[in-house]
Design a protein around this ligand. Structure first.
Ligand code: SF4
Length: 456
């Protein structure tokens, strides 16, 4: 999972401070590194570093740079190792001029693409799948950058929401299935593209619309031109898990408020549960809104039973089991005054490895809860994601390894219930055939094998 942002000012106002703020709003989508790129006098420049946005970039220095178009990126590992060479935007000065690219997603045919390019002399500077787009562009001598980009995108498969910078031109592109979100916004004469609408809100910009699956937008001094990526139409596959967990609740994705969807997910959990002496509490912060929906539906008090230290990163986004476990210890603190003698119904968005749930159930009991019921506002995650989310392999996914009664026993809860896939789809409000639910039911989008790659 990553976040991308781009800005183009038609009046020539500097935009880098706005890109910084946009990335700040997208911090939840990646905490490993942050970077920006812009083009001055025909030369592409970049500033990027490891860490959070405010650690990696200096807002005041960026505000002084005179660039009327720029892109930015926050990174979490999907493809490629955790090192500075893989932080984005990736930049290049090739025969047709300077180019910078920022990518959210994952190319499912990256190995075939790398083999194809290396056989033709390409030397890769990073282990990021994003570089294949730059290399595919560079392997089209004499082709103008926009056409070279469109041809490159016709060769890649999988998930991508991209911002790309050429000299005096900002490009936004979303893969033909629309896996990852990408929106267009505007304030006065400046256009923005962002992974989520919350990055427009921070700038006071208005959301114009979602960028459509398979659409490429060219934003320059003429305004906005919409074209299609030259590929066959594909099944729409918006990621259902963006609504469950990844996206910020104040974002609107493909016309759906993430907040409203999460509340509905909670309402759907109001089945087969005793409300006697009960309180409902959310796992902070990802389960809070669904917990509110459940509490309202059950007519049971909503309480903050667990306090989260806000200065510790998301558990899921950290890398090793050891770090994850240490993170959980310092992150959550249960409230005995809320939990004592209660029938505690705890809502979380998902169970991935089960580490957090096991610890929380024990903490709840230690704090005096009589019963601890876990409610998960998504179906069991039993398959990995190949479309840009760093879910573990099925071996590490606890729901893939045991049935629900065994899982309930393992985490020590009195009961454990998940949502069904049907409830998930209903709550999102997008038809099942336009959603990706592959990590829940294994229904991956079929991809053509990369051996079919045509000459570029
Ligand atoms: S497999 Fe799961 S996380 Fe990945 S795109 Fe599909 S729904 Fe989203």
């Amino acid at each position: 999972m990553c976040g991308v942002f781009g800005a183009y000012s038609q009046s020539g106002s500097p935009v880098l401070e706005e890109v910084y703020l946009g990335l700040y709003a997208l911090q939840h989508r990646g905490q490993l590194s942050a970077g920006v790129a812009w083009i001055n006098n025909g030369i592409v420049r970049t500033k990027k570093n490891m860490g959070l946005v405010h650690e990696a970039l200096n807002q005041h220095d960026l505000a002084k740079i005179d660039a009327h178009t720029a892109i930015g990126h926050v990174r979490h590992v999907t493809e490629g190792e955790n090192r500075i060479e893989n932080s984005q935007p990736l930049v290049a000065n090739y025969a047709q001029g300077p180019v910078a690219i920022a990518h959210n997603g994952n190319f499912t045919n990256v190995n075939g693409l790398i083999g194809y390019l290396e056989n033709r002399g390409a030397i890769f500077q990073s282990s990021s799948d994003t570089e294949t787009v730059l290399q595919l562009m560079a392997h089209q001598p004499g082709v103008v950058p926009l056409e070279a980009l469109k041809t490159a995108l016709s060769k890649v498969q999988g998930a991508y929401s991209l911002t790309v910078l050429f000299d005096n031109c900002l490009i936004a592109a979303r893969d033909p299935s629309g896996f990852r979100p990408l929106v267009l916004g505007q304030k006065n004469d400046t256009y923005y593209v962002a992974s989520e609408s919350c990055a427009l809100d921070i700038l006071g910009a208005k959301l114009i619309r979602d960028i459509k699956p398979g659409e490429i937008l060219i934003i320059d001094s003429r305004g906005i031109i919409s074209q299609k990526i030259p590929v066959q139409e594909q099944k729409c596959c918006h990621c259902a898990f963006e609504y469950v967990y990844f996206a910020r609740p104040d974002s609107v994705i493909d016309g759906r408020s993430v907040y409203c969807v999460r509340k509905k997910l909670g309402e759907c959990l109001a089945k087969n549960i005793s409300t006697k002496n009960a309180i409902v509490s959310g796992m902070p912060d990802s389960g809070t809104i669904a917990a509110l929906g459940l509490a309202e539906k059950l007519d049971v008090p909503f309480e903050i039973g667990i306090i989260r230290n806000r200065y510790v990163g998301r558990t899921f986004i950290q890398l090793t089991q050891r770090v994850r476990e240490a993170g959980v210890k310092i992150k959550l603190n249960p409230q005995p005054q809320v939990l004592k003698d209660k029938n505690a119904i705890i809502v979380d968005d998902s169970l991935v490895r089960g580490t957090t749930a096991t610890r929380v159930v024990k903490m709840m009991r230690d704090s005096g809860a009589k019963k601890v019921h876990i409610r998960i506002s998504s179906p069991p995650i039993v398959f990995p994601c190949y479309y840009g989310i760093d879910t573990p392999s099925s071996k590490e996914l606890i729901a893939a390894q045991m049935d629900i009664p065994s899982l309930c026993e393992k985490i020590g809860a009195d009961s454990l219930t998940y949502l069904t896939c049907e409830d998930l789809v209903d709550a999102i409000g997008i038809p099942k055939d336009k959603l990706c639910t592959a990590c829940f039911d294994g229904s991956y989008l079929e991809n053509k094998p990369c051996d079919n790659l045509l000459e570029v």
